[in-house]
Design a protein around this ligand. Sequence first.
Ligand code: CP
Length: 299
Amino acid sequence: MSSQQNSLIHFSNIARSQIEKLFSVAFQFSQSMTLPSRQGQTAALLFFEPSTRTRMSFETACARLGIYPLLMDGVSGTSLEKGETIEDTILNISAMKPSAFIIRAGDDLDFDLIKAKIQQPIINAGWGKRGHPTQALLDIYTISQQKRDLQNLKLLIVGDVRHSRVAASHFELAKIIGYEIALCGPAEFLPENTDYLQFQNLSEGLSWANAIMCLRVQLERHEVKYSLQSYRSEFGLNQERLKELTDDHLILHPGPINQGVEMDFETIHSPNSLIFQQVENGVYVRQALLDLILRGEWR
Ligand code: CP
């Protein structure tokens, strides 16, 4: 097996059994602080776009595995400022022989092309609007930890689906795991050509779902700015809307949250909310993925 196959860029050619194994290793890491030591190994964490949760959870995962994280956080202070390309940057760092690359970048970087040019495994840590596979994995791992049957999961994705790499990864992962997805939001936020069930009324969507994932309104990616006030009143999961939920409804958000827009403080901290469990589980899932990749047992 070549190390180039031993990566996670998107979910094509990933089997359900691999994901079950990943979740099992993630659960073991959540239960034990007895850690494999990979002293002397490094991982290159290259974040060309901003991040808090993903970057710090990969740094934590590296620390717990005994791997030293080599962090490039943005462009400032690097030779990208002098005009070096991202591709050349990665090829140069590859020559320093890190054990793996963990990369967040915009749509214009071709992850598959980079993967073909370097020996090391690559983990996609957020790729423009194309995908964020470790986020989708940690979301589903978090739901599975609530003892939910994933075959009966009905996930309502609310909000800015058109610009969401998290939604893009859920569309792929749902086909592997077998959960149902429906979309809810203003027409401008929903994909134009999709077979997914769509709701433009939040109450109808909530009646259909047993889990709700609210997405951040990504104003920085919009040409025409949508009124946040209208969004809040029609699609915000606020204290009033919580009354429409039952104990069965799980609430998720990948973060960062526009608090007071897609959800408010009371929703974030409500008993139905799994938002901080998502962040905690992000470390275990990323730790498990790195461990399986470095053991050569991911693919
Ligand atoms: N969910 C997520 O990717 O958050 P960050 O942008 O903070 O990493």
